[in-house]
Unconditional design. Sequence first.
Lengths: 306, 431
Amino acid sequence: MAVLHPPPARAGRPPRRRRWRFNSAYLFIAPSLVLIAVFIAEPIVQSGWMSLHDWTIGSSDNPFVGLGNYTALWHDSRFWNALRVTVVYTAAVTVGQVVLGLAIAARLRRTTWYSSLLRTAYFFPYIASLVVVGVIWKFLLDPQVGLINAWLSDLGVSSPPNWLQSTSLALPTVIAVGLWKNVGFTMIVLLAGMQQVPADLYEAATLDGAGPWRRFLHVTLPALRPSLLFTSLIATVTGLQLFDLVFAMTGGGPIFSTESVVMYLYQKGFVEFDMGYASAIAWVLFVIILAVSAVQLRVARYRDDD
Amino acid sequence: MYSVRRRGRVRATAALAALTALTAATLAGCGNNGVASTSSGGVVQLTMLTGFTGPDEASYQALVAEFNQTHPKIHVTMSVEPWATVAQKLPESWATGQGPDLATPSSDPGSIFNYISTNSVLPLDDATGTGTDQIDAAAFPSSVRNAFTVNGKLYAVPANNATLVLYYNKDMFTAAGITAAPTTEAEFIADAKKLTLSSGGKTTQYGLSLADNNTIQMWPVLQWMSGGDIVGANGCADVNDAASIAALTQWSQLVIQNHISPVGQAGADADTLFSSKKAAMEINGPWAAAGYKSAGINLGMVTIPVGSAGQVTLASTVPLMIERTTPHAAEAEQFLAWYTGKTAQAKFSEISGFPPARTDLGSSVSGNATVSLFASELPYARLYLAGQSKATSIDSDVYVPMIQQIERGANVQSATNSAAQQIDKLTGCTS
């Protein structure tokens, strides 16, 4: 009977245990790690823990409810409405931002005095605070004393719309303002991307008989893929976190028609003090953002060299 | 030779120092935020957080200054933040013992339940009485005293007390040929219709400026006038009873069909509409008077017109409470006793235009016509959702959306039935 023997040990010196050496680099990054741990990691873990409890701010008795908050969320029609509002806003603003931003960037690609002026004009709203933008537009759109409806009246419109008090118009109006606010950012990023496209690619395409549209379609757009991915990702993530604009313009109304997920989270957590439920909303939103971002990266075939 | 090892030690030392400094700074930030009370040089320092950011802030500060002047052993420092900020900061800071000694948690009196349930506030019963340094709770309007008494214990005193009156633009009344302000509900409705003007299909002047969100509540007053209500004393919804439905139907039709008021206004919008002379009447509190006068309005003010249910108006009060763990509870109680005393309240009424938070100062304020008007309504003024522990949710999740639906043409019966179901669910009413 054949007997199997273990292979002989390799001759030579026994493996040396690697000596731990103190690396001072860890100490240099430690301050940042401490900040991240205290202000980001710990609150994230804490919110996950709170979402499993019936947690009221300041209460000494916060009973464990397991997935109770998540189950309640599943049956909460107001949450689903807030999610619908958030998704509609995000989709509209993301698509609008990319398409409009691309069109404006293409139009203003050449540097002239008026294109510089227009670039500044388009970018200017982006640097303003969302709350300031919201308050200003709320004034402009006021049906009684606002400039927009006064102009419409002057133009002969007998009953100008009640932009922010109509349940059907409030969300489109908020979307339009969000688009106006952010399109400048997309335009600048895409403009920078366009200016990085080598001129010889366009020359080669022209020699091959490609017209302006084909050059845009087959040279500019592929070259802009990383920029388009970046801008759409940023627009999606910020859209899903919609709060400031709605808070300033409509407060989520009328009749919840503009209430976003974060607005609902704020209402539950900081108005009604139900932090357990608010934490559950935050975690669901986190998972949604993670999933949407992953899908976007997958669809855009993100590579490391992007 | 400056060895590699030595250089590494220097680096490590530098990094360690940076880490130590940062940790110290972080921990310092986590410590006392400096708002809790202290005692220095025999003077007890008390801190008070409020949300009085409006023009009435000066009146409160003046009162605090007078207390400090007359009480050399106690010094109160009042800080002011927007209500939303107070609502965010206070629960955690009080729960962790880091908060101010005294605070007005919200302009909504129903908010006290949140703080009582978290055991954050000091019951005041031991400090009540009729002595000079005692809180004379018996002198508070009964609606206020009841709202601040939970399970038989008094937890707050009124930082202010206001009622709502009917403001009207005398010039618009004259132009419409109306010689006197309305005194009955029927006159109120007739005047609102008559004062609503339109041109080319567009409303150019509204008879009444009604707000339904982010506002002092106006719609409950319209319901109460006709005998309606929102929630009964037993916690069960009354919003769908016959009187409520009749009142809501009547006023929503006036808005929808007669256009007496714009739809969906926030409180600030309603104020702007009236102060910009685009509306002839508005239901509002004493804080609005100065602004309307400075806007150049020929202003008239009368008590709310009387409906079928008799004289009624809305009372508004802001609770002022003491943190449970403050080391200077006695001094804080002494401040509340002085603050709600006769001298301080008479002075507060004089400088703010608010009625006093006591019912026994009628003669002291009779010289001021504005204060007298607001004070005259105290006996029949009612608090919104008084005594309801879920008042905040009932307001924001149910009542305001219901009014918004009704204003936009929703069926009143079904909207109120749906609201009643939600209210009963929130309050736990089973009958």
